[in-house]
Design a protein around this ligand. Structure first.
Ligand code: F6R
Length: 638
């Protein structure tokens, strides 16, 4: 939620403006209510803001006189405090216009701080929680009672050094007075060659360039310029100049060698690359996402490996329960994974929405393994869930798509999904790569705990290895789905039904329709139909049903009966069925076919037509497929 970008150059030019705008374009998926930049030239600071999509800000800057700058910061907003107006857009400035600040997060004690500032004569120009911070920072820099930081800000012009130290000191001072979550980037007209930043429970990464450096909410902000990133930890501060990065701990000491990592996102994976929308592109990237997530998982002895495991095997052998936490699509991926992990490892698996988890006082012990699934690795609800779990002594495995993200850093083991950057707000390739990664985790646990022999695991992996081609096959048949979407374009409600692993797929299909088509949709367990939902069926009600393979008759036959039941009550039925299974054809208005695959793997195929269906329906309705209303890609506040 909210994207922030920063850049520092060696010489004044238009580079900061270009880098910040390009970074905002890549981060626009995190919020698109308004956008703004602050550019700092030799001795003054210029702020430009516009309501609505980033394109409005770009238009504004195209017609404005923009002086060559040494540094710049930018923000794309998802409104929390205050409506999307120009006044509420970031950057916010101090009363004297010398300081500009962008913020991602929520300041919980903003009201009290605002009242205090008002009492001191500060005039606030916006309704935001952020604005209080820029006034506090500006006052702290000038306040002789607030000590400047005593260390050296590397790479800064000598005449700006005192200001930069005062900015770091002010950041530390203000951070100690605010409750809540934040990533803050601060620039000052008196020190144009530095951006000072801070973070607590909100994301911040620094990119290392040649004679220039970058800051961003995530690596996408600067991935086209550098692939080397520095991790900024919880409650750390950083002063970034064109040639150096000084990371300061909460106690004021310099972190001598902050951890750097290489970003493996090719920058072209973050562009539309000829596709009309990111969502369509990402749906079509699923064969690669699944293949890349599976790649190189076997060591020289044929044993399955994860990416980073800091949990000893003897501890994994004592695990007596697993809890999978995540939100939205990630949680549905977890629900699919439960069927496989319980079956392979014989461990009870609970799947819990991350935001519900800690509030129900869950039974979590040192023998509980918590699996946190998150594309962004920055979802605040999931972060809070893993913190709670670790406080109870549980071990946490992160299944994340973003290396270096908070969830990966705060976990005991990491399993990366190699889906590449997901830009469309509606998750597609993240889902299939999360399910794949969870299958790998399940097989890894089965190996460590001795539930399966090496050759059995290799056999499961081999079958999983066929999925990328099978997904491609489903994609190749996408036209039938697109036609169905066009036929259903006036639907006002759609019901999805699935049984066993088809149930979470039904919920995922319904979520896609809600979020990008604004159509009311619900996914039900097919077995639940007669316990209530069948009352919703009326003449013409569209129902999409995921039919299990006929090789599992105990599942298959019941779902085929459900199709007949809804059809008999006037439903328009769309069926997702295995190739060669014609048992539902006579009760189905439209049938999408998927290739035969083991039951547990079927969600990797059956979800694909549902994604295409939603994507096409939103397109036909003329909606913004990639940036649906009211949503943002990363939900970084609770
Ligand atoms: C739905 C969607 C969301 C996310 C959820 C978790 O299409 O994208 O439901 O799945 O907000 O996000 P991550 O995976 O980043 O934790």
């Amino acid at each position: 939620m909210c994207g922030i970008v920063g850049h520092v150059a060696s010489t004044p030019s238009q580079r900061s403006r270009e880098v910040v705008l390009a970074g905002l374009a890549r981060l626009e998926y995190r919020g698109y209510d308004s956008a703004g930049v602050a550019l700092v030239d030799a001795d003054s600071l210029h702020v430009h803001k516009a309501v609505g999509k980033l394109a409005n800000l770009v238009d504004l800057l195209d017609t404005a006189e923009v002086a060559p700058a040494l540094s710049g910061i930018g923000h794309t907003r998802w409104a929390t405090h205050g409506r999307p107006t120009t006044a509420n857009a970031h950057p916010h400035t101090s009363m004297d216009g010398r300081f500009a600040l962008v913020h991602n997060g929520i300041i919980e004690n903003a009201d009290a701080l605002r009242e205090k500032l008002r009492g001191e004569g500060v005039v606030l120009a916006s309704e935001t929680d952020t604005e209080v911070l820029v006034h506090m920072l500006a006052r702290a820099v000038d306040d002789p009672q607030v000590p400047a930081w005593e260390g050296d800000v590397a790479g800064i012009a000598p005449q700006h050094h005192d200001t930069a130290r005062a900015m770091v000191g002010a950041m530390r001072h203000v951070a100690g007075r605010i409750d809540g979550t934040f990533t803050l980037l601060l620039v000052c007209a008196d020190a144009p060659d530095v951006v000072v930043a801070a973070r607590r429970s909100s994301p911040l990464v620094v990119g290392l360039g040649q004679g220039e450096n970058f800051l961003g909410s995530d690596v996408l902000a600067f991935v086209e310029h550098t692939s080397t990133a520095v991790e900024i930890g919880q409650d750390q501060f950083v002063a970034v100049t064109a040639t150096a990065v000084t990371v300061v701990d909460a106690d004021g000491s310099v972190i001598a060698s902050p951890k750097t990592y290489e970003v493996d996102f090719a920058s072209d994976r973050a562009t539309k690359d000829g596709w009309p929308t990111f969502m369509e592109k990402e749906i079509h990237e699923q064969p690669r996402g699944v293949a890349d997530t599976l790649a190189d998982r076997l060591d020289s002895l044929g044993h399955l490996t994860l990416d980073e495991v800091r949990i000893p095997e003897h501890v994994l052998r004592t695990i007596d329960k697993m809890v999978i936490v995540g939100c939205g699509t990630a949680s549905y991926a977890g629900q699919v994974a439960r069927y496989a992990i319980e079956h392979w490892c014989r461990i009870p698996v609970e799947v819990e929405l991350a935001h519900e988890f800690r509030y129900r006082d869950p039974v979590v012990t040192e023998k509980t393994l918590v699996v946190a699934i998150s594309q962004s690795g920055e979802t605040m609800d999931t972060i809070m869930a893993i913190r709670h779990a670790r406080e109870q002594g549980a071990k946490v495995v992160a299944v994340v798509n973003t290396p270096g993200s908070t969830i990966s850093r705060e976990s005991d083991a990491v399993l990366l999904t190699h889906a590449g950057p997901e830009i469309a707000v509606a998750s597609t390739k993240a889902f299939t790569s999360q399910v794949t990664a969870c299958f790998i985790l399940g097989l890894y646990l089965a190996q460590v705990r001795g539930n399966k022999y090496v050759d059995e695991i290799q056999d499961y992996l081999e079958k999983l290895g066929k999925l990328p081609d099978q997904i491609q096959h489903v994609l190749d048949g996408g036209e039938t789905v697109r036609q169905a979407a066009r036929v259903m374009k006036d639907a006002t409600s759609v019901i999805y039904l699935g049984r066993h692993v088809g149930f979470p797929v039904a919920m995922e299909g319904a979520l896609k329709l809600k979020e990008i088509c604004y159509i009311h949709a619900e996914g039900f367990a097919a077995g639940e139909l007669k316990h209530g939902p069948i009352a919703l069926i009326d003449e013409g009600q569209p129902v999409i049903i995921i039919v299990p393979t006929p090789r599992r008759p105990e599942l298959h036959n019941k779902v085929v009966s459900n199709i007949q039941e809804v059809r008999a009550r006037g439903a328009r039925t769309i069926v997702v069925a295995e190739e060669g299974d014609s048992s539902a054809d006579e009760f189905a208005e439209i049938v999408f076919r998927v290739p035969p695959t083991p039951t547990l793997y079927a969600p990797l195929l059956t979800v694909v037509p549902l994604q295409i269906f939603a994507c096409e329906l939103a397109t036909v309705k003329g909606l913004d497929v990639d940036q649906p209303r009211n949503l943002a890609k990363s939900v970084t506040v609770e």
